[in-house]
Design a protein around this ligand. Structure first.
Ligand SMILES: [Zn+2]
Length: 155
């Protein structure tokens, strides 16, 4: 498994155990190149979701890609890894339970932003700034001033 921090492919599994009531296997991994630690989950793919981009292009939903974008946004933020994992699983479950195989990329982006806003404002802003492709500083400031995160609204 490639290290999400430095790209090294030689990472070690430190620990494996059942997770989410035995729906998944959780593996803690360690990168000997950069010392990074990360967690992977092995799970049954319940449904094959298709992401429909704004230009109409379709591609298979890639959980790892979603996870990478969220981890980049959350990098070096004081967020429990466990909490982030739960959030990502929650997002995927929500997508899977929408009753549609085709999901607009916009919907996924909004669900991610909504979830991140609840746990970390900075991670949210980072994700949103990439997602919305803000270019003018004015827009960005306006956007930040509109943030109203409520850390207690998570559960
Ligand atoms: Zn690494």
């Amino acid at each position: 498994m490639r290290c999400p921090f430095c790209g090294n492919v030689d990472t070690q599994v430190k620990d494996s155990r059942p997770a989410e009531d035995h729906v998944a296997i959780r593996r803690r991994r360690f990168c000997s190149a950069c010392g990074g630690r990360f967690t992977t989950y092995e799970r049954v793919q319940l449904r094959d979701l298709v992401v429909v981009k704004s230009n109409g292009r379709r591609e298979d939903f890639d959980r790892d890609k979603l996870e990478r974008s969220i981890r980049i946004a959350a990098q070096k933020r004081p967020i429990e890894p466990e909490r982030l994992d739960q959030m990502i699983s929650g997002i995927v479950r929500r997508l899977e339970s929408m009753g549609e195989t085709d999901i607009p990329s916009k919907t996924i982006g909004e669900i991610v932003m909504e979830s991140l806003a609840r746990i970390d404002t900075v991670a949210y802003v980072r994700f949103a700034s990439v997602y919305k492709n803000f270019q003018a500083a004015d827009d960005f400031d306006k956007f930040v001033s509109e943030l109203r995160p409520d850390p207690k609204a998570d559960e």
